[in-house]
Design a protein around this ligand. Structure first.
Ligand code: APR
Length: 255
């Protein structure tokens, strides 16, 4: 493992434009549940006998806000109870060392921001769990913790409308601004792409890796198991994101 970490660090040190793609596996080291695989949120149905993808969907939020919010609240509580880990910090450190290092995250926990990643180089493609906003009048409320201690669904104090987080639920479109920024940066190309803790279940996650590889850039993956991406990356670092990212940064920072 030492050799491939040294090789990955060498490639990242030489790269100018870097994209780090992150998924639930990065926050698993903070104690947050992943979605697929062992113990994943999506394995199986809810006690109501519905797949979680149906319950955490835009149509369900409209049809039965209390049921949808029952599971949104679980995600919210998990995020509020946890905090960024050394993996998030290592990524923020790399972004400080490399002014053209971007993060494309599927995570809604807000941990990249909290760890110090610059928001102007952070693409939150699935939105975030906070701040809540009213679906009727648009009023914002950043008191997620308070709302989770009261009855659900949370209602707007101004108009009584149902509040929701700015997260992309199933059957909803990705945020246009985030998609535009991703496409804009992909058009400039990347020298290196590092995929961290994701099953790469979506084309917009796989595409940057394949495009960078086709253009002769360096591609790597940090994941304890193999994924869709594994056959296409130059290096698969098998292990926990927290451990491997910390080791990578100590090589890159040269300490
Ligand atoms: N370090 C690195 N990777 C890990 C760790 C860890 N400590 N623990 C688990 N993993 C890996 C798993 O092997 C798996 O490949 O993290 C990945 C988690 O995959 P998913 O649960 O599918 O999460 P993700 O890829 O982020 O899902 C993408 O799907 O439904 C959407 O919105 C949801 O953002 C989520 C998206």
């Amino acid at each position: 493992m030492y050799e491939i970490i040294a090789r990955t660090a060498w490639s990242l040190r030489r790269a100018e434009r870097i994209l780090i793609i992150t998924g639930a596996g990065l926050s698993a080291d903070s104690g947050l549940p992943t979605y697929r695989g062992l113990g994943g949120l999506y394995n199986g149905c809810t006690p109501e006998g519905l797949p979680i993808e149906d319950v955490l969907s835009g149509p369900m939020l409209g049809r039965d806000p209390a049921l949808c919010w029952k599971y949104l609240a679980e995600l919210g509580r998990a995020c509020l109870k946890a905090e960024p880990n050394a993996g998030h910090q290592a990524i923020a450190e790399l972004q400080r060392l490399k002014p053209q290092c971007w993060v494309l995250t599927q995570n809604i926990d807000g941990f990249h921001r909290a760890a110090g990643s610059p928001p102007e180089r952070l693409i939150e493609i699935h939105g975030g769990i906070a701040p809540l906003f009213c679906q009727s009048c648009g009023a914002e409320s950043d008191d997620l913790e308070g709302h989770l201690q009261r009855s659900l669904p949370p209602l707007c104090t101004a108009c009584g409308g149902v509040l929701r987080p700015p997260v992309v639920l199933f059957e909803e479109m990705l945020p246009e601004a985030a998609v535009e920024r991703l496409h804009g940066e992909m058009r400039k190309g990347f020298d290196a792409v590092l995929s961290v803790g994701t099953t790469a279940s979506f084309p917009y996650i796989v595409e940057p890796v394949l495009q960078t590889r086709a253009a002769g850039g360096f591609t790597a993956e940090i994941n304890p198991t193999a994924t869709e991406l594994s056959p296409y990356v130059d290096v698969h670092l098998r292990g926990r994101a927290l451990d491997i990212l910390s080791q990578l940064l100590s090589h890159i920072a040269g300490d």
